[in-house]
Each structure stands twice: as structure tokens, then as C-alpha cells.
Design a binder for this molecule. Structure first.
Ligand SMILES: [Zn+2]
Length: 121
């Protein structure tokens, strides 16, 4: 039965994880990546999860502000988009419909970045 790697998102057999990797849910292959890359991947997961929540909380928004200042451009851009959404429609319910009517531009950004997938689960 193996383990789930939270970086590459794969299920892999036990032997693909080191002792420490087990606990951190990072497979051996991903553990070899540069720290910044692992960090960026984790941040991206975090941002994606915020959109999947039924509501983006104040605490989440504080966190998004920090992420929006990330030295990783991809992380910063994505955090900025979710931040804009959190400001106008923190609740997930009917968010896409709301954006379609009120802020087409933001909806397009969600689409282009793939963040829109967070709403399809
Ligand atoms: Zn992995």
C-alpha cells in the first residue's frame, strides 16, 4: 500500500520514501529537488487549497499576503490572484458565476493559471 507524496502528488511504494520522507510525505525523488523548488510546490498546493475551501478565512488572507511577496514569481502571481478573489468572493459557493458576471478579467486569470480546477472537485 505505499504512500502519497505531497510534492509530486503520486502514490508510490514504501521503498520510494526514506525514513524522514515518510513523515514529511516527500518521496526520495522529490527530496532531491532544490529546497526552493520544494517550497514553491508546497506554496502552490497551499494556494490551490485556499480556493478549494468553502471559505477563504482572514487567517488565509494574511497568509496569502505573505505568499504574494514570495521571491518565486509563480507563487507570487497565483497568491495575488487568490487574494483578489478572497477580497470580493471569499465563499466558494457560486464564486465562478459571480466572477463571470462581476469580474470577467479575474475569471480569465483563474482559467489561464489553471487555478479554476480548484472549483471542479
Ligand atoms: Zn514525489
Amino acid at each position: 500500500m505505499g504512500h502519497y507524496c505531497r510534492i509530486c502528488g503520486c502514490h508510490k511504494p514504501n521503498e520510494k520514501f526514506s525514513g524522514k520522507g515518510h513523515k514529511n510525505h516527500i518521496c526520495k525523488a522529490c527530496a532531491k529537488l532544490p529546497k526552493e523548488e520544494i517550497q514553491a510546490e508546497e506554496n502552490m498546493n497551499e494556494i490551490f487549497n485556499f480556493l478549494q475551501q468553502s471559505n477563504i478565512s482572514k487567517g488565509n488572507i494574511t497568509r496569502l499576503h505573505t505568499l504574494a511577496k514570495s521571491s518565486n514569481e509563480e507563487v507570487a502571481t497565483h497568491a495575488q490572484i487568490v487574494l483578489e478573489i478572497a477580497k470580493i468572493k471569499p465563499h466558494k459557493k457560486r464564486r465562478l458565476k459571480f466572477l463571470a458576471r462581476k469580474n470577467r478579467e479575474l475569471l480569465n486569470k483563474l482559467d489561464e493559471t489553471g487555478l479554476i480546477m480548484a472549483h471542479h472537485y
